[in-house]
Each structure stands twice: as C-alpha cells, then as structure tokens.
Write a protein that binds this ligand. Structure first.
Ligand code: NAD
Ligand code: IPM
Ligand code: MN
Length: 356
C-alpha cells in the first residue's frame, strides 16, 4: 500500500469546486492501485485574508513542508487586489519550495474543438516548461514617492546562470523522456532585453550542446505567440521565462479547447520540497458559484501529481478516463459546448477511472 500525504488548498472562486472533483477522482482511483491518500485541507485564500489579514499563516511553508505534494485550486478575488492575494499565497509557495519548473502540457484531445481552423485532435501535443522562481517574477523592486505626482516604480527581472541552466536542462530531459518530436524551442526577447535574455540565450546554447540528439529552435516571444496559433502542431517542448511561459500557456490552453482543460505542475525536480499541482486557470470570478467550471484541468493536474509521486498506473487511469469523457462528448461543461455541471463531469470521470 502506497500512502501519500497531500496538502489541499482550494483557494478562491472556482478553485473550490474543481478541487472537489479532483479529490473525488483520486478517491475513486486509489483502491484499485493500492494507494491510500491522506488529504489535509488548509482553508487559505481570500476569505482567510479578510478574517486574519493574511492569505496564509506565517508558518505556512513549515506546515506544508512535510507533505508529499500540494494540490491547489486557484487564488484571486474581485474584492482584494491581485498583487496581495497572489503574493500572499501562491507565489511564496512556488519560490519558497524552489519549484523552479512549471510544467504545462497542452494536448488537443479527440472530442475537443479548437478555435483554430484545420487543426485536428492528436495534432497538437506540446509542453511548456516555464521557469517558475525568478525572471520577471523575481520579487525585486519598489516604489518611491508612492501616490505622489513624482511616483516611481522599479520592477527588476532577475536571470541567473544557474536558474536558466537548470530549467533549460529539465526541458531537454523532458524532450528525451517524451520521445516524441525530440525538439526544444527556446522563447526569448534578446533583441530588446539585452541583459537577462542574452544570458538566457547563452545558457540555452550551452545546455543544448549536451543534447545532440534533440533539435532546437529559438523564437522571439512575439513570434512564438503567433506560431502557437499558426503552427502549434510543430512544438514539442517549449522552454520559456516566467512571464513568457505564463502568457504562452493561456494561448496553449485555448488553442487546445479551453482554459478548463489545461493542467500544471510546479515542480521541485530534486524532491527537496513538495511540488504543487494546480490548473493553469484562475479563480474565474465570471463563472464562480455557478457550478459550471470545467474540473478537467484540476483532474488532469491530479493525474500529473500521481505521476510525480510515482503512481504511474493510477496517473494513466486518470488520463484515460478524462480522454474517454472528452471523446464520448456526453458530459461536458459549457466551455466545451456541453450543458453538464462541474459535479457531473467529476462524477463521470470518477465512474470511468476504475474501469479504463
Ligand atoms: P481565469 O483563468 O480565472 O479566467 C479566464 C477565462 O477562462 C474566464 O472567462 C473564465 O471563465 C474561463 N475559465 C477559467 N477556468 C475555467 C474553468 N475551469 N472552466 C471553464 N472556464 C474557465 O483568469 P482571469 O479572469 O484573468 O483571472 C481571474 C482571477 O484569477 C484573478 O484574480 C487572477 O489573478 C487569478 N488567477 C489565479 C491563478 C492561480 O491561482 N494559479 C491563475 C490565473 C489567474
Ligand atoms: C498562472 C497565474 C499566475 C502566474 C498569477 C495568478 C500570479 O496566471 O499560474 O498562470 O502568473 O503565474
Ligand atoms: Mn497564467
């Protein structure tokens, strides 16, 4: 019996509902694969902030540290500025646990319609490896003369040789492991950003020499955005800085059908700290509380978590059950053209996960 201790943070908005369905699916898949899950919920998020004046307690990382993994919903609420909520909860977890790889697969599954003309299921199958602890998201900067006419804001991006190399190396290893197109695309902007992105390019060139079996490509981020729409089928592994990876993964989500389908893992590859699995999407205030959020991104994120924990068979079962629900096309939420609720989709996957 494999026992996994999972910290659960549902957060805000649709995060609450989609995590419920991810938990349902994990509970359903567990017995068949000799898994015992111990889920411990942490009620952190904007409601906690409004009550306690902070998004999570000061010793939050100490509390989370002993867990095998973290399963996360979403943060963000219209009543509190995003820079407070995100910097109080999600971003400190990514940085504090050195989750320097953010792995975000985008697959166009059979049964799913892409807004792109002429792209067929099976054709788009890429993974964005996003740098997740530094770059444009480094917490370096400040205000001077704030709220006066002279106010100044400085926001610095931090690119380290170590930080660039390790995430780029992960991307090459992943291209080998996937064994698909065996190609890594680097996303840059060294034409305009002549320090950090130049270091990024050099790190990419240096690491790529260690992988002569993997072909490479380097695209400026503006052209990369265009090509995610024009020729998404050409990508295999795409490695990008924190901000560029963030932007590209919303494009990757929508060209493969929906924000509600895109999973993600914030990974500390060395396993020194727990990794955190969450959908790419946010708290979706426009549909929160309506019971219609697509839970499949959260369920696929649970699948990524199982694979990360070493429960390969259970992870594959989750993946296959989701693919079956999509291919059958009978129980889908409105973002995928259906009329089902979050709960109905979660139940459909949970039913299938024991028989696929
Ligand atoms: P969003 O991802 O929440 O929503 C973008 C669009 O996608 C909306 O139209 C929404 O309805 C749709 N969508 C998102 N998830 C869906 C789902 N599961 N099923 C169906 N449709 C779905 O992005 P946003 O509107 O820019 O941000 C909303 C809030 O979430 C903000 O506070 C933002 O800061 C936060 N946010 C948090 C995370 C996170 O916690 N990881 C990620 C992104 C945004
Ligand atoms: C994501 C989100 C976060 C990010 C925000 C909410 C800080 O957009 O996980 O993609 O930019 O990393
Ligand atoms: Mn994002």
């Amino acid at each position: 019996m494999a026992k996994y201790n999972i910290a659960v943070i549902r957060g805000d908005g649709v995060g609450v509902d989609v995590i419920e369905e991810g938990l349902r699916v994990m509970r359903a898949v567990a017995p068949r694969h000799g898994i015992e899950f111990v889920f411990q919920e942490f009620p952190w998020g904007t409601a906690y902030y409004l009550e306690h004046g902070r998004m999570m307690p000061p010793d939050a990382l100490d509390l989370l540290g002993p867990f095998d993994a973290i399963y996360f919903g979403a943060v963000g609420h219209p009543d509190v500025p995003d820079h407070i909520t995100l910097h109080g909860l999600l971003l400190p977890i990514r940085r504090g646990f050195d989750q320097y790889v953010c792995e975000r697969p985008n697959v166009l599954y059979p049964g799913v319609t892409t807004p792109l003309r002429g792209k067929n299921p099976g054709e788009i199958d890429l993974v964005v490896v996003r740098e997740n602890t530094e770059g444009e998201y480094a917490d370096v900067g400040g205000f001077q003369y704030q709220y006066t006419e002279q106010e100044v804001a400085i926001q610095s991006a931090v690119f380290t040789r170590h930080g660039c190399e390790r995430v780029i190396r992960y991307a090459f290893e992943l291209a080998r492991r996937r064994g698909k197109k065996r190609r890594v695309t680097s996303v840059t902007k060294s034409n305009a950003q002549r320090y950090g992105m130049v270091l990024w390019d050099r790190a990419f060139a240096d690491v790529s020499r260690e992988y002569p079996d993997i072909s490479t490509e380097s695209l400026l981020v503006d052209a990369a955005c265009m090509n995610f729409i024009r020729r998404p089928e050409s990508f295999d592994v795409v490695v990008a800085s924190n901000l560029f990876g963030d932007i590209l993964t919303d494009i990757g989500a929508i060209v493969t059908g929906s924000m509600g389908l895109a999973p993600s893992g914030n990974v500390n590859p060395e396993g020194r700290y727990p990794s955190c699995f969450e959908p790419v999407h946010g708290s979706a205030p426009d549909i929160a509380g309506k019971g219609i959020a697509n839970p499949l991104a959260a369920i696929l994120s649970a699948g990524m978590m199982l694979r990360h924990l070493g429960a390969e068979d259970a992870a594959s079962a989750v993946q296959r059950a989701v693919e079956r629900v999509l291919a059958e096309g009978k129980v889908l939420t409105p973002d995928l053209g259906g009329a089902a609720t979050t709960l109905q989709v979660g139940e459909a996957v949970a039913r299938l996960v024991t028989s696929v």
